[in-house]
Design a protein around this ligand. Structure first.
Ligand SMILES: Nc1ncnc2c1ncn2[C@@H]1O[C@H](COP(=O)(O)OP(=O)(O)OP(=O)(O)O)[C@@H](O)[C@H]1O
Ligand SMILES: [Mg+2]
Length: 329
């Protein structure tokens, strides 16, 4: 059988155990890959993908010999429950599987990102809140390791809800996150910032720190509602605060190809944003809510599942876009 690009990397540089399965476990090669659809590296290339456009090839990225400087991506949509946190965790974990050093920033006072990684954010004395408001200047004091190799976390908890108000009086308030991250840019390849569902000062901070934005969109009615406002906000931040900022892409999530409704919504999104929508579409599956309960990414919880394959493919597509495409925003 041809090895699937969507299957877990078989021989990652290091191993870490996740309960029953270990990344790099020989059981994950060969027949265990059949859940990914047995898709070969180039399967489907040139044929219409879920977005209706011909699928390009998204090769497995070459191993890195050194790390940094980090590419900072804000995962942003002011609409709630569209898959921002799920995508941050699983895209991050997939990039880490491909050998990238990844930092996830929990930028939502609800702390869902931390919880989704099995980490109780209330246990920490120092969180992102302290970095923004001068409780500490040392970002390394705040970073914690996750169970996943090469995947670190900057945790947040409910304290962050006060930051939005307290930051208003700070000098250079929009640049607080960028300042906090500056000392560690050479230590990571990618930093993903999980934004809260609002376009307030915290989200503006994320956009000011970021090189790019990924906009997750749920394939449901009103998916596009509010996207124009989000794109205007991105434009304003680019003009006034951060000229580097680009739109890395729009990610269709919770897609159920069996329903006409989801297919129609996806077709409308592609019609509206033909170049921006990622070829990779994330399917709706109960495995994702299960991973939140389990407190780990789908790439380790169900390494051979369709959901894990989806985020691995997204990771490869994101890297291809990052390295080959000019800004589309
Ligand atoms: N592909 C998917 N299939 C099924 N359920 C999903 C999928 N992606 C996310 N979910 C579930 O949908 C819910 C919302 O997802 P998530 O928390 O990632 O959204 P969010 O945009 O971060 O929400 P918020 O705006 O509240 O921060 C969660 O219960 C999550 O488990
Ligand atoms: Mg969230």
């Amino acid at each position: 059988m041809v090895p699937s690009a969507d299957a877990p990397p078989v021989n990652p540089p290091t191993r870490r155990s996740y309960g029953e399965v270990t990344v790099g476990d020989p059981r994950l090669s060969g027949d265990a890959q059949h859940d990914t659809g047995g898709e070969s590296v180039d399967a489907g290339v040139g044929e219409p993908g879920p977005t209706g456009r011909p699928l390009p090839s998204f090769p497995v990225p070459a191993p890195l010999t050194s790390h940094g400087p980090a590419w900072i991506v804000a995962m942003c949509n002011q609409k709630g429950g569209v898959g921002k946190t799920t995508s941050t965790i699983n895209l991050g974990a997939a990039l880490a599987e491909y050998g990238r050093r990844v930092l996830l920033v929990d930028f939502d006072p609800q702390g869902a990102l931390s919880v989704g990684l099995g980490i109780n954010p209330m246990q920490f004395e120092l969180t992102v809140h302290d970095l923004l408001l001068g409780g500490t200047n040392d970002v390394r004091e705040v970073i914690v390791e996750t169970q996943v190799d090469r995947l670190d976390l900057l945790p947040s908890n409910i304290d962050l809800s006060a930051a939005e108000v307290l930051l208003v009086t700070e000098v250079g308030r929009e640049h607080s996150l960028a300042r906090a991250l500056a000392p560690i840019l050479d230590e990571y390849d990618i930093i993903l910032v999980d934004c809260q569902p609002s376009l307030g000062l915290l989200t503006v901070n994320a956009l000011t720190a970021a090189d790019a934005v990924i906009v997750p969109l749920e394939c449901e009615y009103f998916a596009l509602r509010g996207v124009a406002l989000l794109l205007q906000t991105i434009d304003k931040v680019r003009e006034r605060l951060n000229s580097r900022l680009e739109l890395a892409g729009i990610l269709a999530t919770m897609y159920d190809a069996r329903t006409l409704h989801a297919r129609e919504v996806l077709a409308r999104v592609v019609e509206r944003f033909p170049d921006e929508v990622f070829h990779t579409v994330i399917n709706r599956t109960v495995r994702f809510p299960e991973t939140t309960v389990a407190g780990e990414p789908i790439t380790t919880y169900a390494p051979t599942s369709v959901g894990a394959a989806g985020y691995r493919r997204l990771a490869r597509e994101v890297m291809v876009r990052h390295h080959t495409q000019p800004a589309v925003g």
